[in-house]
Design a protein around this ligand. Structure first.
Ligand code: CLF
Ligand code: SF4
Length: 297
């Protein structure tokens, strides 16, 4: 199955296509590299999507795209907010598409906050690929990255919020890995914030059973807290991947794609399939996305 997943397999990414269904507009945390009010509808930048779909509309779009995109193997839900902060829509979308096509490989991307609540259902639904963005292990570093965490109706700020998030991420990764799900961990590398902590993140998620890690560059989003931070230097990113590659398999072909991306990773065809007027955006599991949903958290 992984041999047909363009993100989990380097070889597969030249041949197999994925489509993202933007059915998850809300988010439950505040990442400092994200701007959920950012209005950039026409831009094809990380995390931008031009529409939000209902589960029924998502199923219809899948049926249309399946006719036109060769080797479509994966249906992913990667925002525009967080797949699990919109669990009802995410689950319904998976159910509808499974009914229409039992061969589809499903993929979810999340910040991981709600994994302890939904991991069992994810396994029961037959989802075998989940991405969780884990930027650090300790709440002090976490307080530099996450402004707030909205958990079960209560907003937690600073280290207290990060503590809940980081705990839930690790608990969820362990559960999923033990139950046959291939977990990819995305890590956003922010110089001077979490870069020196990345090797320990990689070692920890390996212990928890993760399958692969994807260390991603910071792409400073206008209007985000980190907007004036330098983008991650490509050579430093490569060195970090080399270092962490000694412990664990590294993804190196990520395109930081949109929450409504369609096609091969190298060839986004999402504009061909636009079905609604412009609206929100965001991305793959809290992984360095811009998003403009004012409703956010
Ligand atoms: Fe989408 Fe993410 Fe699944 Fe891939 S993307 S939910 S694992 S099907 Fe892939 Fe895009 Fe990089 Fe994500 S290239 S941003 S890693
Ligand atoms: Fe939410 Fe993703 Fe934005 Fe983080 S990057 S606040 S998880 S939408």
């Amino acid at each position: 199955m992984t041999g047909r997943h363009p993100c989990y397999s380097y070889e597969a990414h030249h041949k197999y296509a994925r489509m993202h269904l933007p059915v998850a507009p809300r988010c439950n945390i505040g990442c400092n590299y994200c701007n959920r009010k950012f209005d950039c509808v026409s831009e094809s930048r990380p995390g931008v999507t031009s529409e939000v779909l209902t589960p029924e509309a998502a199923r219809n779009k899948f049926l249309l795209v399946r006719e036109k995109v060769a080797n479509l193997s994966v249906v992913g839900i990667a925002g525009p907010g967080d797949a699990l902060a919109n669990w009802g829509s995410t689950r319904r979308t998976i159910e509808l598409i499974k009914e229409a096509d039992p061969e589809v490989i499903f993929c979810l991307s999340s910040n991981g906050l709600m994994l302890p609540d939904y991991a069992r259902e994810i396994v029961e639904l037959g989802v075998k690929h989940v991405t969780v963005t884990v930027n650090c292990l300790d709440s002090v570093t976490g307080s530099l990255i996450y402004r707030h965490v909205n958990y079960r109706g209560k907003v937690h700020r600073g280290a207290a919020g990060a503590e809940i998030l980081l705990h839930n991420q690790q608990k969820g990764i362990e559960y999923l890995s033990r139950n046959g799900v291939l977990v990819k961990v995305n890590i956003v590398m922010v110089k001077g914030v979490n870069d020196d902590r990345i090797p320990e993140v990689v070692r920890r998620v390996k212990e928890l059973g993760a399958f692969i890690t994807n260390i991603m560059p910071l792409v400073p989003a206008p209007g985000s807290v980190f907007q004036d931070y330098a983008p991650t230097d490509a050579a430093e990113l490569d060195r970090m991947r080399d270092l962490c590659g000694q412990d664990m398999q590294q993804m190196r072909h990520c395109k930081q794609c949109r929450a409504d991306a369609i096609g091969l990773l190298n060839e986004d065809r999402s504009r061909e399939f636009d079905t609604a007027p412009a609206e929100p955006n965001a991305g793959c599991g809290g992984s360095n996305r811009t998003s403009k949903i004012a409703a956010a958290s």
